[in-house]
Design a protein around this ligand. Structure first.
Ligand code: NAD
Length: 505
């Protein structure tokens, strides 16, 4: 129970003040489009506001990129590629990537606070993101020199197989891990020798702009261009641009399909990192406490706004009551509130629109017979009334075909199913359009491995969740996407293969 005896108004005012002070300290000076090494206004001078989801206050007005701006950015990127970047050796690119990692690491606290202001994620999780972003640049700095190609002596022929960059790539990212997603895109694209135009999500453009400030002296002009703006404007102009040779998109499956269609017009290579509705399977041999801790993190980390979130729980009948009771108490113990507070477990969702979307799913779930074991609404605490908060929610009793089970809610909502027949459970676990990730919780190594193989998804955690290690490929099966990030495979996605067949006669 909280020992805080202050009124809701006092607590709300304290949050507002803390956010104002943080904004004064960490908001980037530049909020223009970053094109050819300069921060510029949009061609038509328009801007859009980015809002702090904890307080509802406008944080900054950001230049609103559109087609003409994307054209400028793509042109600048090609000039940089042709005149400078394509001559950089792997070793020189390695030094650039390492310097970017250093710059991020030197600003972890500042970038984390900025991310929390713009996105609403708890500051403790924001710091993990920022360190992860730096780590990602280091990983690609590490493997870039190994990317040498192959040679082959074949009788009267000598063959060389070399990897060449595409030239200029277009990259579009979502709002849930803003700087981390930017690093997942920028690091491999640069390592592979490309120049890039990156569009951050309209809800969370600020850390990408701050990164542009930080790397301005590290990366030659035009190699990295950042064009904030709306999806239908800057995003569609970029992914459909005739001079983009490769599109890398992370976002919803619905938009990913549009991106793939528009890339078809120019036969442009596409990688897609899309949505998920991942199952977590709990076997009866584990201690319920262990299952509770893992399941809680699988769904509630980052306020449930994770593509890989473990959002469907399949818990064995024999321990279901203990696990569900444990989850309800764990939810009771969660601190929901100001994400700038180190003690906070669950912050606001990113926007009012996302709250409305989650609430619609919860209403439908109730209509379809779902029972809320915990949560189901927005917190009643008046001190949180400025923010986009949704309670951590457990729903039981839904038919597996219902919308709240089949669709990605992208919030702190867990659908619960009990099982006692493995084959029936696995048929349901795989009965969704998505196939991004999954979790298995058991101390039986054989069951763990069999289940990991049976789940139709690209990434399975056994007795952990969310920890993504650079070097282990991440990406989806089915409608969760095409391609892999975080690994050597990713470099291949940013390169094309050239074969040179030399006759020795
Ligand atoms: P979204 O698809 O609405 O938007 C993603 C990005 O696409 C944004 O930058 C947006 O402006 C842009 N966009 C929107 N319409 C566009 C269009 N017509 N053409 C080009 N770009 C367009 O997704 P979101 O709500 O920002 O993010 C949440 C989604 O991202 C979830 O589905 C989540 O699962 C997914 N995601 C996937 C991964 C992964 O690695 N698989 C990682 C993070 C998030």
């Amino acid at each position: 129970m909280s020992s805080d005896t202050r009124s809701a108004t006092e607590r709300r005012d304290e949050v507002r003040q803390r956010h104002q002070e943080a904004a004064d300290e960490v908001l980037p000076e530049q909020t223009g489009l970053y094109i050819d090494g300069e921060f510029v206004d949009a061609a038509d001078g328009e801007t859009f506001d980015t809002v702090d989801p904890t307080t509802g206050e406008v944080l900054a007005s950001v230049a609103r990129g559109k087609e003409a701006d994307v054209d400028d950015a793509v042109e600048a990127a090609w000039t940089a590629f042709d005149e400078e970047w394509s001559d950089y050796s792997a070793g020189r690119r390695q030094r650039v990537l390492t310097a970017i990692a250093d710059a991020i690491e030197d600003h972890v606290e500042e970038l984390a606070r900025l991310e929390t202001l713009d996105n609403g994620k708890p500051i403790s999780e924001a710091k993990i993101d920022i360190r992860g972003a730096a780590e990602h640049f280091r990983y690609f700095a590490g493997i870039v020199r190994e990317n040498g190609g192959e040679t082959m002596n074949a009788g009267s022929r000598y063959g060389q197989v070399i990897k060449e960059p595409y030239g200029v790539v277009g990259q579009v990212i979502p709002w849930n891990f803003p700087l981390m997603m930017a690093s997942w895109k920028l690091a491999p694209a640069l390592a592979a020798g490309n120049c890039t135009v990156l569009k951050p999500a309209e809800q969370t453009p600020l850390t990408a702009l701050r990164l542009a400030e930080l790397i301005d002296d590290i990366v030659p002009d035009g190699v990295v261009n950042i064009v904030p703006g709306y999806g239908e404007e800057a995003g569609a102009a970029l992914t459909g641009h005739p001079d983009i040779r490769k599109v890398a998109f992370t976002g919803s499956t619905a938009v990913g399909k549009q991106v793939m269609k528009s890339a078809a017009d120019t036969v442009t290579d596409v990688t897609l990192e899309l949505g998920g509705k991942s199952p977590v399977v709990v076997f009866p041999d584990v201690h319920p406490k262990k299952a509770v801790a893992l399941v809680k993190s699988a769904i509630f980390y980052n306020t449930g706004e994770c593509c890989e979130a473990g959002s469907r729980l399949f818990v064995h009948e024999d321990i279901a009551d203990d696990v569900l009771d444990g989850l309800v108490s764990a939810i009771d113990d969660m601190t929901i509130g100001d994400p700038l507070d180190e003690e906070t477990d669950l912050g606001p969702k990113v926007s009012r629109e996302q709250v409305d979307r989650t609430m619609e799913f919860l209403e439908k779930a109730q209509e379809e017979g779902g029972q809320f074991l915990a949560g189901g609404g927005q917190p009643e605490d008046e001190a949180l009334s400025d923010g986009c908060f949704v309670e951590p929610t457990l729903i039981e009793g839904l038919d597996h075909d219902s919308e709240a089970v089949q669709e990605e809610i992208f919030g702190p909502v867990l659908d619960v199913f009990r099982w006692d027949d493995y084959d029936e459970m696995m048929a349901l676990a795989n009965d969704v359009e998505y196939g991004l990730a999954g979790g298995v919780i058991t101390d039986d190594i054989t069951k763990a491995n069999t289940t990991a193989r049976d789940i139709e998804a690209g990434y399975i955690w056994i007795n952990s969740y969310h920890d993504l290690v650079a070097g282990l490929p991440f990406g989806g099966y089915k409608q969760s996407g095409i391609g892999r990030e975080l690994s050597a495979d990713t470099l291949d996605h940013y390169q094309q293969t050239k074969t040179i067949n030399l006759s020795l006669r």
